[in-house]
Design a protein around this ligand. Structure first.
Ligand code: FES
Ligand SMILES: [Fe+2]
Length: 421
């Protein structure tokens, strides 16, 4: 533990240096590449959308729920945000697994209630029954009437499923790299939040009239912060000092210092005087987190659809799911310490965060319209917006660059800026 904290201190020193550098620079670093415009058709073409459906969403780790949503043997919940019906279930052996919720007989949903508890997975239509431990088809009603049916061939497909931080993650790709390897150093940095001990404080969601990438783009930079976010009530950040880290596998980090006036109001000598505030906004701070999480806004984007804006007193996670080319479902889950006395404060916090989200969302439907306009062929990105470029680069790499029509592609430019894992 000592050693881990030591290495995190080391990272904090590096981040502090990076923020100092960001404040002092007069332009991007000398060798920083020029970006071509990101083609707007990436947000509007059905060809690109279909490629994403086939080669992106089938290959990535996605948060499907929380361990505490499956408290007992046989507890299950349904998950269909990836566009196909899935079921997460805790087996009699306590292991959490993910199966297709499509019966191998006539394709009915095996279970229809979104959450529940079962001993076996018994299809509600004609009662074919499957095991919750391996998806094997255990029994077929009137089996004598099926000619040549082999039960061994009709198990429920099992989807890769792992647990980290109390979240249940799934991946439709049977050959996906292990979750912890994919998350890399993110796990070391998030570790201190002991996320597995945090509890859900409330949820929120939005249906946004834009392509999912336009929605995620809005959370990858702080260049826009002081212009559209007026709801106040949060410390002001200084985007000029933000340290952006590109991490392996399309993940990224953004650490934004407080503005001078916010730092002063909070009793910090300067933006870099990180210290622990035992509580904030009426909420007790998580005792194990480093002062840097108190004295900055530190956030991660986990490729492709998860944004985690951390805070020492608890935090939301934002999940973006495509509904179709022009519509995105944003799901928000807030997590904090288990403390019933704070329910009212959480209510206020969640409402305040919802207002910020509304400010972001307000732009997105018109942006989507612009993406379809013949007068707007593409978007020029700056150095501060490089996390957006990196996400798009990783989308292309995941799909397979050669599969993408040339006029939709993003040049692969940022590999040398990615931090080693
Ligand atoms: S569809 Fe499931 S048993 Fe017939
Ligand atoms: Fe924003």
């Amino acid at each position: 533990m000592e050693k881990e904290l030591g290495s995190f201190d080391h990272l904090v020193e590096r981040l502090r240096d990076e923020m100092r550098y960001e404040f002092s620079r007069t332009g991007p670093p000398n060798d920083f590449p020029a970006f071509h415009d990101v083609p707007s058709k990436r947000y509007t073409s059905s060809e690109f959308y279909d490629l994403e459906q086939e080669y992106l969403w089938n290959k990535v780790w996605i948060v499907a729920g929380r361990v505490e949503d499956l408290p007992d043997k046989g507890s299950y919940f349904l998950f269909d945000d990836l566009g196909l019906p899935l079921l997460l279930v805790r087996g009699q052996d306590q292991i959490i697994r993910c199966f297709s919720n499509t019966c191998r007989h006539r394709g009915a949903p095996i279970v229809r209630e979104p959450i529940g508890k079962v001993k076996r997975l018994r299809c509600q239509y004609h009662a074919w029954t499957y095991s919750t431990e391996d998806g094997q088809l255990l029994s077929v009603t009137d089996e004598r009437d099926f000619v040549g049916l082999c039960k061994e061939d009709r198990a429920l497909p099992e989807i890769q499923c792992e647990v980290w931080g109390g979240w249940i993650w799934i991946n439709l790709d049977p050959d996906a790299q292990p979750l912890v390897k994919f998350l890399g150093s993110v796990t070391n940095e998030l570790e201190q939040f002991k996320a597995e001990n945090l509890r859900l404080k409330g949820t929120d969601h939005r249906i946004i009239n834009c392509n999912w990438k336009a929605a995620v783009d809005a959370f990858l930079e702080v260049y826009h912060l002081k212009f559209i976010h007026k709801s106040g009530n949060l410390p002001e950040l200084d985007n000029a000092g933000a340290a952006l880290g590109l991490l392996p596998n399309g993940n990224s980090r953004m650490v934004s210092p407080f503005s001078k006036s916010s730092a002063t109001t909070m009793g910090m000598k300067s933006w870099e005087d990180f210290k622990i505030f035992p509580s904030g906004g009426g909420l007790e701070a998580i005792p194990t987190v480093h002062p840097v999480f108190h004295g900055t806004r530190y956030s991660f984007t986990i490729f492709p659809n998860l944004v985690i804006p951390l805070s020492a007193t608890g935090f939301p996670i934002l999940l973006f799911f495509p509904i179709d080319i022009n519509h995105t479902h944003l799901r928000i889950f807030h997590y904090g310490l288990e403390n019933e006395n704070e329910d009212q404060e959480w209510e206020k916090r969640i409402a305040a965060f919802g207002k910020i989200i509304d400010e972001d969302v307000e732009n997105l439907a018109p942006i989507q319209k612009s993406m379809a306009s013949s007068l707007y062929p593409g978007m020029p990105l700056n150095y501060q917006e490089r996390r957006i470029w990196y996400m798009h680069e990783t989308i292309d790499k995941t799909i397979g660059i050669e599969r993408i029509p040339e006029d939709h592609r993003i040049e692969q430019l940022l590999a040398s800026y990615v931090e080693p894992s």
